[in-house]
Design a protein around this ligand. Structure first.
Ligand code: AMP
Ligand code: ZN
Ligand code: FE
Ligand code: FE
Length: 284
């Protein structure tokens, strides 16, 4: 069944705890997963602990990863990092700064919403964000619960999307810094879902910043996207990766865990490009 290299947990905005992700992966017959939470490495330890608790030994691999949310011009650019040292001091320091800025941003968003006559509290949003990385999806959930909108999509369109009246921009984090930071932490930077960027010129510029891989296989990529990005990966000598972007949403079966998986060769290539960390390479 292979490896799903793009998975979120409750440490960011996923609905499954890291331990639940591991158990679901086993149920589905996967050989491993990369835990790639947005802007946090907090889920990794629990995932590794679950693998130990189940005494899986070398039969299941947890790849320590991350998905850094950055901004390239007007667009949201996501940089995946694989085989990172999740205790790396500078990585953790920068993530701490991003997290703090996110907390302040939610306060600003709630203020804007309150000015629009919408009853939402910071506390409600914090409770919605069970994990740490608080953001607009949580604000959207509270807007639904409080009866102001009927879907996340509507929340973005009417209030918190880029052109909405309660929009507050995120802390500016550049793709180039994300790529550097992942490398500093011993990991391999990969450009996530280029199809969602929707601008191949920009994708090429991002590749030039030094990513080592391209997420070619992704639930929302069409066959034509796959072909184009496969060719682009070959052109630049990039590792071809893929993953489901699993968030645990029962209504999104196309992005269920393992719906996109890659084989061990890809994992091996990623591992070889990372700074060696004990235990991981011996798995392959
Ligand atoms: P944040 O990092 O707090 O700005 O939230 C960004 C996240 O919100 C993205 O990763 C998406 O999951 C979600 N999102 C962004 N735009 C939309 C949209 N138009 N509809 C639904 N979800 C969205
Ligand atoms: Zn997410
Ligand atoms: Fe993403
Ligand atoms: Fe993701």
């Amino acid at each position: 069944m292979g490896f799903d290299l793009h998975v979120h947990t409750t440490a960011s905005d996923g609905l499954f705890t890291p331990a639940q992700v591991i158990n679901e992966a086993l149920r589905l017959g996967l050989t491993g997963v990369a835990i790639t939470d947005h802007d946090t490495t907090d889920g990794i330890e629990e995932a590794l602990a679950e693998v130990r608790r189940l005494a899986l030994g070398d039969r299941f691999l947890v790849i320590p990863g991350i998905e850094l949310n950055t901004e390239g011009g007007e667009r949201e650019i996501h940089i995946l990092g694989y085989f990172i040292d999740w205790h790396h001091p500078r990585l953790l320091q920068r993530l701490g700064e991003v997290l703090e800025a996110r907390g302040k941003r939610v306060i600003n968003m709630v203020e804007k919403l309150n000015h629009l006559g919408i009853k939402v509290s910071v506390e409600e949003v914090r409770q919605e964000a069970k994990g740490e990385v608080i953001g607009r999806p949580h604000v959207a959930q509270v807007l639904i619960k409080n009866g102001y909108v009927s879907s996340v999509k509507e929340a973005f369109e009417r209030y918190i999307g880029r052109n909405g009246p309660a929009y507050v921009p995120r802390y500016k984090f550049e793709p180039s810094e994300a790529i550097q930071l992942i490398k500093e932490a011993g990991g391999v930077p990969v450009l996530a879902h280029p199809g969602l960027i929707g601008d191949d010129g920009l994708t090429r510029k991002l590749i030039h910043l030094g990513v080592k891989g391209l997420e070619v296989y992704y639930p929302e990529h069409s066959k034509a996207d796959e072909r184009r990005y496969l060719a682009m990966a070959e052109e630049y000598g990039l590792i071809v990766t893929g993953g489901s972007d699993f968030h645990g949403d029962p209504n999104n079966r196309a992005a269920w865990l393992g719906s996109v998986a890659v084989d061990g060769k890809v994992v091996k290539d990623l591992g070889q490009r990372s700074k060696p960390k004990e235990g991981f390479l011996s798995f392959m």
